[in-house]
Ligand binder design. Structure first.
Ligand code: NAD
Ligand code: ZN
Length: 268
């Protein structure tokens, strides 16, 4: 939890007050979680920073920052595709080797306990499934980096297979079925969310007793509206994040700090 050192006694007292406020919030979150049977987690880039994957607001950028600005550009410009695949050749193996952290593990513990109905995630890293959440419970709003899709015929291939082709010297891999352009099955800025994922996410949000937001700035719409939807349907809302979010005022409890530490305490 927050442990910023401040100069002077006033700062120290503020720290102590802050710390006790945070402990009270954590205790409330623990009690709320224990009393709930249908939890839906809503996760953002912040749950994966402790695995070494930077969030948008953190330093160092994002894994797929080199992605082309528009699909049209990607489709029409072979040079754009060449740069994309050249970048991905080195970056994807690192992402594929990334391990889930204590935050992901805590959500698996909640699922094994029969209390986690779904994980709605904005992440494309696949770490919830890697940690052990059942794939059917993980709703990927922004797609996944682990599947490569043909932009023309929609055929899907595991990313590892395409990685093998890159490693064997292909510079701009094309679809084996139709020759169309390939790219990771993630959405770009301005693209609409996958319909099926959004439909399932809305249903999960409407059906939960506790919406547990972890590591999301809650400013990317329409995904950020899901916690609102849950709240309106009568669910409680908990937010675990390092920084403030626009929905903090609506939250029943808010714990400021690292997801791994806080969620570990919740399931301990
Ligand atoms: P964001 O970058 O907007 O916000 C992440 C939030 O997490 C921030 O508010 C930050 O303060 C908080 N945070 C960082 N580390 C934390 C920690 N250890 N514990 C608790 N909170 C922490 O991310 P977003 O709201 O998820 O949206 C950005 C978009 O970027 C998403 O669409 C997502 O698809 C994409 N993205 C994905 C990944 C990934 O797959 N791991 C990584 C970066 C970005
Ligand atoms: Zn194709």
């Amino acid at each position: 939890m927050r442990n910023e050192s401040q100069g002077g006694d006033g700062g120290h007292l503020a720290d102590v007050a802050d710390e006790s406020g945070q402990l009270a919030s954590l205790a409330k979150l623990i009690a709320m979680t224990r009393a709930t049977r249908r939890i839906v987690a809503f996760t953002g880039a912040g749950i994966s920073t402790e695995s070494g994957i930077p969030d948008y607001r953190g330093p160092g950028g994002v894994w797929e920052r080199q992605a082309p600005p528009t699909l049209g550009d990607f489709r029409e410009n072979v040079e754009t595709r060449r740069q994309y695949w050249d970048h991905r050749r080195t970056v994807y193996p690192r992402m594929a080797a990334t391990l889930p952290n204590a935050g992901h593990a805590a959500l698996v513990a909640l699922e094994r306990d029969g209390r986690l109905a779904a994980v709605i995630t904005q992440n494309i890293d696949g770490l919830h499934q890697k940690a052990g959440n059942h794939p059917s419970r993980v709703i990927e709003l922004h797609g996944t980096s682990h599947i490569i899709r043909c932009l023309d015929c929609g055929d899907e291939t595991p990313a590892g297979v395409i990685q093998g082709r890159l490693n064997r010297g292909e510079e701009v891999p094309a679809c084996m079925l139709c020759g169309g352009p390939l790219r990771a099955a993630t959405i770009l800025f301005g693209e609409s969310l996958p319909e099926d994922a959004l439909r399932r996410a809305v249903a999960a949000a409407r059906g939960c007793d506790l919406m547990l937001v972890v590591g999301s700035s809650l400013i990317v719409n329409p995904a950020a509206r899901l916690p609102l939807l849950a709240k309106r349907a009568g669910s409680r809302l908990a937010i675990v994040n390092r920084t403030a979010t626009p929905l903090d005022g609506l939250a029943d409890v808010r714990v400021v700090g690292g997801a791994g530490e806080i969620l570990s305490a919740v399931v301990a």
